[in-house]
Write a protein that binds this ligand. Structure first.
Ligand code: PEP
Ligand code: MG
Length: 572
């Protein structure tokens, strides 16, 4: 098979065995079975194995987390042993002559419908458990046991049809050599986390039907090329690319300790984006000046309950202390969109990116949000913590958020708990509504951080996750760049600073424009910091200002991209 061309998402070379993670249950279709008794036997064996697997999880959880967390799995064992479930599947097999997979799916769908229509919230939640146990049995039946499990025991390339951000977040980067996913784009959160962890990533539709579990594969996350047939020649070629990649990394290491300063003395602070406290170590290792974006929602994912105040406090304090006196911008919970948290019970929405997410949810669930604000304020005495509100679209929202922050401060004061009275509070600039009102917002906050990932999707009316319309999702579009210019100018006219924390911050081609527009800070995946510094050190601010003027007079994304990419070549 020839080279497959995927979309490049996160740089790096991976050579290794495929670990196929396929969401098989999505694709179950009706299949006739020859012999109902045979099917019953298959079902019984699969169910027995499922019980055994869940018992193992139960015992592990009991030891590592305790009785409460483990109890979910004892409930799952009961459900798997429930006679209604077992006889339900067997009677579908008797009546319809179908496969066991289809029979389990039929019973699952019936039970889920019954549970989901119940008035009692606790009973409604049981629908999730039914889906979970049925999914396990179906996976065993269809030989797709890797579905939903990323328990790698040896280094491998994860190939998946639908990798969620929570999957990437719980991966062990030591074992994941690379990721190829069928869906998503460069700003999907699964991709952002991979970049943060330095894991090569490519997107390639239908990849799961082109490769097999365990087969040897080579791919290049910067080019997007995937080699399904690894022979001597390919091994040599990808080995050479790996060597070049590592050499470049070593060369960039030499820039540690230097400043991100242009030839004519203009300095931009380069910060790192993080998702969990340990990521701060990577920012320090790559010589990042500060933390420009702590996506706190990752503390809320992959668990059954929200993190309590003490746990959050410990996380924020850890990062603040690690960064000493350099800023740590903690963004308050930005859940929703492609970042799902089951226990928050957010009803399914037609347009999750336009729906009940981020600050909208927090302003609606105030007591829940206050737990985070308390933790954040308490940690503020251990370093230079800044607070940042996501997804603001109106002044009403901003004022409400600030009011709630003041209430929490008053509560802490009355309890005699210390916090930084002057904690800087800023906002994400990631909606056109906010960017257009930047001059007004600038009087109410201490800084702006431009979230280009969302700003592009909302300006261009194009879902950042949808490959079919990816052509329109461009950081070079003049509409997006005009909004960014407006945000930076409004910030400076009002004496506050403006940065970018979306993925476009680390776009090498756009850097001269960021310098020309006078951005104060750029926050990115730690792995991009030194490469960006190298580029800044070769630029002149005066020349970049002229370039910015020219760029902003152009009419199309294509023209702008061409000028910027050309500038890159002549300027280096
Ligand atoms: C952004 O939208 O650019 C951003 C940084 O936030 P997120 O990617 O988490 O939505
Ligand atoms: Mg965003």
């Amino acid at each position: 098979m020839n080279t497959i061309k995927g979309a490049p998402i996160s740089p790096g070379i991976a050579i290794g065995k495929v670990f196929l993670k396929k969401t098989a249950s999505k694709e179950i279709s009706y299949a006739k079975a020859e012999n109902a008794e045979e099917e019953k036997k298959r079902f019984r064996e699969a169910r027995t194995l499922a019980v055994k697997q869940v018992e193992e999880i139960y015992n592990d959880m009991l030891q590592s987390k305790g009785e409460q967390e483990a109890s979910i799995f004892s409930a799952h064992i009961e459900m798997l042993n429930d006679t209604e479930f077992i006889t339900g599947v067997e009677s579908v097999l008797d009546d319809s002559g179908c496969s066991s997979e289809w029979a389990v799916k039929t019973v699952r769908d019936n039970l889920v419908e019954i549970f989901e229509s119940m008035d009692d919230a606790y009973m409604r939640e049981r629908a999730m458990d039914i889906k979970d146990i049925s999914g396990r049995v179906i996976r065993i039946l269809s030989g797709n046991e890797n579905e939903n499990s990323l328990n790698l025991t040896e280094p491998a390339i994860v190939v998946s049809d639908d990798l969620a951000p929570s999957d990437t977040a719980r991966m062990n980067p030591e074992l994941v050599l690379g990721i190829i996913n069928e869906t998503g784009g460069p700003t999907s959160h699964a991709a952002i986390i991979a970049r943060m962890l330095g894991i090569p990533f490519a997107v390639c539709p239908q990849i799961t039907s082109l490769v097999k579990n365990g087969q040897l594969l080579a791919f290049d996350g910067e080019e997007g090329t995937i080699e399904p047939e690894v022979n001597e020649e390919i091994l040599k070629e990808y080995g050479r690319r790996q060597e070049a990649f590592n050499q470049k990394k070593l060369q960039l290491e030499k820039l540690r300790g230097t400043k991100s300063i242009t030839t004519d003395g203009y300095e931009i602070l380069l910060a790192g984006n993080i998702g969990v406290p340990e990521d701060a170590d990577m920012v320090l290792k790559q010589d990042g000046h500060s933390i420009g974006l702590f996506r706190t929602e990752f503390l809320y994912m992959n668990r059954n309950n929200p993190p309590e105040e003490e746990e959050q406090f410990a996380a924020y304090k850890e990062v603040a202390e690690k960064m000493q006196n350099n800023p740590v911008i903690i963004r308050t919970l930005d859940i929703g969109g492609d970042k799902e948290v089951d226990y928050l019970k957010i009803p399914k929405e037609e347009n999750p990116f336009l729906g009940y997410r981020a600050i909208r949810l927090c302003l609606d669930r105030v007591s829940f949000w206050k737990v985070q604000l308390r933790a954040l304020l308490r940690a503020s005495v251990f370093g230079n913590i800044h607070i940042m509100f996501p997804m603001i679209v109106s002044m009403d929202e901003l004022l409400q958020a600030k009011q709630i922050l003041e209430e929490v401060k008053a509560e802490l004061r009355s309890e005699g708990i210390a916090f930084n009275e002057n904690i800087p509070a800023g906002m994400m600039m990631e909606t056109p509504a906010a960017a257009l009102m930047a001059d007004v917002f600038a009087k109410e906050v201490d800084f702006f951080s431009i979230g280009t990932n969302d700003l592009i999707q909302y300006t261009m009316a194009v879902d950042r996750m949808n490959g079919k319309v990816a052509r329109l999702y461009s950081q070079y579009d003049p509409a997006v760049l005009r909004l960014i210019k407006k945000v930076v100018e409004s910030a400076h006219e009002n004496g506050i600073w403006a940065g970018i924390c979306g993925e476009a911050a680390a776009d090498n081609a756009l850097l001269p424009l960021w310098v020309g527009l006078g951005l104060d800070e750029l926050s990115m995946s730690p792995g991009s910091i030194l490469r960006t510094r190298e580029r800044i050190q070769g630029l002149s601010k005066t020349a970049c200002e002229k370039l910015a003027e020219n760029i902003l007079s152009l009419k199309t994304a294509g023209e702008i991209e061409a000028v910027l990419k050309n500038y890159k070549r002549t300027d280096m």
